[in-house]
Ligand binder design. Structure first.
Ligand code: PEP
Ligand code: MG
Length: 898
């Protein structure tokens, strides 16, 4: 019989797949002897079975019954008993943390009868009715699917009648009336009475948690975080402890280090006389955790001691939810805490210094995505700014954009290309799409552990929360700031998630210190370097020491190449030579296309040569001693020519006026002749070299002359000549023959031969499948994964983004665009075939990649595993690729040591 329910004493932190993160960590803490209220966990397997069958597995009820009986025995109370009732919480807890996305029901077991028993047992009538109203409210919304706003409004009305805005001002009689109002809402909206059988409450609450796995916001969150949809959630049933039992009770969240900066210290929020959902929902503004020391010194001390125990045990920053019930501390949850990118780097290095982890593990704990976030720009400190207010610095970064007041508007405006700041009183899980679309999130309520803060940090979105001075009127779509300033939807605000500052209008942004460090303007050992810069320096250094993959840059100009070198590039993996002849110099190619005689063609090529040579000279100088891969002309010819329609109109008008130029007529004829329906699959790449004799030869000559020129100045040249879009070895061989002849000729002229490598891009499935033969003519392969993706899938890379990709992502054909992150299964298979067959032909075949995927973290891991020699990516992504290449090597070590 499958075991669907585990008591806390039966589990451990290694059982997250089955017990979910929360259940596994609760079990672990029980094992550590920490004060966790007793309870049990219903497994993710039970949830999966329920979701598949549409009903609980038949064994579940009996197993829950048996564990409930144990729990009742341990507590000496019966669930929902009229005199001294046991109450339980029913909490979701999936394998991966999905904060606030799924459901929780507290105080299960309260009924019209047991509420009186609870009041007597606790000697506190207000508390009992407060707990009951919370149950009806949560149960109504979560289990019965009633609009939560109806309950909120009824509660607001009760407060208004008392002329207060604070729920603590409601007494027992008020709350009793609120319960009546809530039950009436349940009756009216669901057509049934609020259930008075505690067992039924429990069964329905568990079912609602199972169902919440597929709630739209949970589905959305999983897509964003790339969490598989089939895992299901576990459900934790835990004996209630009460933070709402008066001023000596309360609830809070603690972090063992600052999750924003990584600094050690006491960090968190506390709310006296409250239950957990009040903290997360930002219902009342929380107090800093340090104030707990004054309120309850003993609990505070015990909490700090437990924080230390947990951090040493998990060897990482932990976050903890706790409740104090009349002076007794209970730990309700812990997990390795979410943190900002900066905190991830800083904490990892601190833990190394504290001897808790080694550098390999520190490297595994940071990611290229996080490093990318740290390279975001910040607000210019010197720029004039108009400070509107200061809130809490919940998630760092600098964001400027137009203000919107709801998720839908954020999505619409972002789609139209605007930067958006989503402003809300407080966010809830339904705002997720808007938060994803926005550049930044600003709320007027809630602390650093509010929903807005937690979710924004997880996504790397800038967030300022709890900006209390702002009055956010979501309905009127405006906010009021101190001094009578009004900001309407569509006006611009700038928010600084590192300081909590909110500015009116747009503020200019500047480079981050991490970028300045990579550029060499901050010395990591100097006084300008802060803890973050030092941590980045240390971990990227370790990555460099560990990685097997080299990292090169895609750079077209000397300037790009210099920047790339500062960022750590070990060469140029792709110089797209066409950039020289697009734009203003288009005419040079036009002349080549229009040439009718060999002499005309030679004259056109002679004009192109010095342009090409000058550029390559700069690249060689910038990369002195490092390899420079220059790709011969690749794009469809028509890209160099005028637009057909525009030219036809121009010629038509000129003809009418009798002023038509012969050159234009010839040009129009050429443009018509070269017009293609699918230019990406037309006359481009190596095909150009074959159709336009002398073109590739001119480029190779320019490279050879550039080499001879800079060598005279002592520059060490390592040239690599790359032929694009090859499908058959015969195409490549023609280009290689031409290049070899030119190199020999120029070598003779210069008196020194240039031993450039000649290789090819692998961009077509046919090239990958015949790589063994192609390698006979190639000294290196560079995988052009942009084209290889488009040609493998048959997706036009220029059209897909605005077309059906959104739908494909939504219905899960892929979790991320294959143009962003390599399709390891399909495109990756072609790469593996080409690697194996290419090396079989030529053992020293050099292998690299220069498509966009070269700077994508997941793809870098694939390229490492596939055994490539290097990745090449845009200069700004070089540090990311270096870090991920190091992580790939370290992960491989770990795997092989297991
Ligand atoms: C590629 O196809 O991956 C590539 C690098 O070439 P381009 O993007 O210039 O076509
Ligand atoms: Mg290409």
């Amino acid at each position: 019989m499958p075991k669907y329910v585990y008591g806390f004493a039966e589990g451990s932190r290694d059982m997250k797949d089955l017990l979910g993160g929360k259940g596994a960590n609760l079990a672990e803490m029980v094992g550590l002897g920490l004060p966790v209220p007793p309870g049990f966990t219903i497994t993710t397997e039970a949830c999966r079975s329920y979701l598949q069958r549409g009903a609980e597995p038949p064994e579940l009820a009996e197993q829950v019954q048996a564990h409930l009986a144990d729990l009742e025995k341990a507590m000496g109370k019966r669930l929902g008993h009229p005199t001294d009732p046991l109450l339980v919480s029913v909490r979701s807890g999936a394998r991966f943390s999905m904060p606030g996305m799924m459901e929780t029901v507290l105080n299960v077991g309260l009924t019209d009868r047991s509420v009186a028993g609870l009041a007597r047992a606790a000697a506190d009538e207000r508390f009992a009715w407060d707990s009951y109203r919370r149950l009806v409210q949560m149960f109504g919304r979560t289990v019965l699917g009633i609009d939560g706003a109806l309950f909120d409004e009824a509660l607001e009305r009760a407060k208004a009648e008392r002329h207060t805005t604070n729920d603590l001002d409601l007494d027992a009689a008020d709350l009793r009336a609120v319960v009546d109002a809530f039950k009436a809402i349940v009756r009216a909206e669901s057509g049934r009475e609020f259930p008075q059988d505690p067992r039924e409450q429990l069964t329905l609450a568990v079912r609602a948690v199972f169902d919440s796995w597929n709630a739209p916001r949970a589905v959305s969150y999983r897509r964003q975080e790339r969490i598989p949809g089939g895992l299901g959630t576990a459900v934790n049933v835990v004996a209630m402890v009460f933070g709402n039992l008066g001023p000596d009770s309360g609830t809070g969240v603690a972090f063992t280090r600052d999750p924003a900066t990584g600094r050690p210290g006491v960090y968190g929020d506390y709310l006296a006389n409250a239950q957990g959902e009040d903290v997360v929902a930002g219902v009342r503004n929380t107090r800093p955790l340090t104030e707990l020391e004054q309120l309850d010194r003993a609990s505070y001390r015990r909490l700090l001691e437990i924080m230390r125990i947990l951090e040493r045990h998990y060897r990482d920053l932990c976050d903890i939810e706790f409740t104090i019930e009349r002076g007794t501390l209970w730990i309700l949850q812990t997990r390795v805490g979410k943190r900002t990118a900066a905190a991830a780097f800083v904490v990892a290095c601190q833990l190394v210094d504290e001897g808790l982890i080694d550098l390999d593990e520190a490297l595994r704990r940071v990611s290229g995505d996080q490093l990318g976030q740290l390279m975001f720009p910040r607000f210019d400190a010197e720029a004039p700014k108009r400070l509107l207010t200061v809130g809490m610095n919940a998630s760092p970064g600098a964001a400027t954009g137009v203000v919107v007041f709801d998720s839908a508007a954020a999505v619409t405006r972002a789609r139209s290309g605007q930067g958006v700041i989503l402003v809300r009183r407080e966010t809830n899980p339904d705002d997720l799409d808007g938060m994803i679309a926005a550049k930044g999130v600003l709320t007027s309520r809630g602390g650093r552990t509010s929903h807005a803060a937690v979710v924004a940090r997880g996504m790397g979105r800038t967030c300022v929360c709890g900006a209390e001075e702002l009055v956010v009127d979501e309905r009127a779509r405006r906010l009021l700031a101190p001094g009578g300033v009004e900001v309407a939807e569509g006006e611009v605000l700038s928010i600084d998630g590192s300081t909590g500052e909110v500015f009116l209008g747009e503020v200019p942004v500047v480079d981050s210190p991490v970028v300045e460090y990579f550029q060499g303007s901050i010395d990591p050992a100097g006084p300008q370097a802060d803890e973050l810069v030092r941590a980045v320096h240390r971990l990227i250094g370790h990555a460099d020491a560990r990685r097997r993959l080299q990292v090169r840059a895609n750079a077209d100009t000397g300037q790009d190449a210099e920047r790339a070198r500062r960022f750590g590039a070990q060469g140029i993996g792709l110089c797209r030579s066409e950039h020289l002849f697009l734009g203003e110099r288009r005419e040079l190619v036009e002349r080549l296309v229009l040439a009718e005689t060999d002499a005309d063609r030679a004259a056109a090529l002679a004009e192109m040569l010095p342009v090409q040579r000058a550029e390559v000279i700069e690249l060689f100088r910038a990369m002195d001693g490092l390899p420079v891969t220059i790709r011969l002309l690749d794009p469809p010819l028509h890209e160099f020519l005028p637009d057909l329609t525009e030219l036809a109109v121009r010629v038509g008008i000129a003809e009418e006026r009798g002023e038509v130029a012969d050159r234009d007529v010839a040009l129009l004829a050429a443009v018509r002749r070269l017009h293609e329906s699918n230019p990406m699959f037309g006359l481009r790449g190596v095909r150009l070299g074959i159709v336009l004799p002398g073109l590739f030869g001119m480029q190779v000559r320019a490279i050879a002359q550039a080499a001879a020129h800079v060598r005279a100045d002592g520059v060490e040249v390592r040239a690599e000549i790359m032929v694009p879009l090859v499908g058959a070895v015969q195409e490549l061989q023609a280009a290689v023959d031409e290049a070899t002849a030119v190199l020999a000729e120029e070598g003779r002229a210069a008196g020194v031969p240039l031993d450039a490598l000649i290789g090819t891009m692998i961009e077509l499935p046919r090239a990958a499948l015949t790589a063994g033969t192609i390698a006979e003519a190639a000294q290196f392969f560079s995988f052009g994964t942009n084209d290889l993706t488009q040609t493998t899938w048959g997706f036009s890379r220029d059209d897909v983004e605005g077309s059906f990709f959104a739908t494909y992502l939504e219905c899960g054909v892929f979790a991320v665009s294959p143009f962003e992150s390599l399709d390891a299964e399909g495109v990756g298979r072609l790469i593996r075939i080409a690697v194996a067959e290419g090396r079989r032909t030529r053992a020293d075949l050099k292998l690299g990649v220069c498509g966009e995927h070269g700077g994508d973290p997941a793809s870098v891991h694939f390229f490492h595993q596939a055994g490539l020699d290097y990745v090449s990516c845009s200069p700004f992504r070089i540090p990311i690729a270096r870090l991920e290449a190091g992580r790939a090597a370290v992960l491989e070590r770990l795997e092989s040591s297991r």
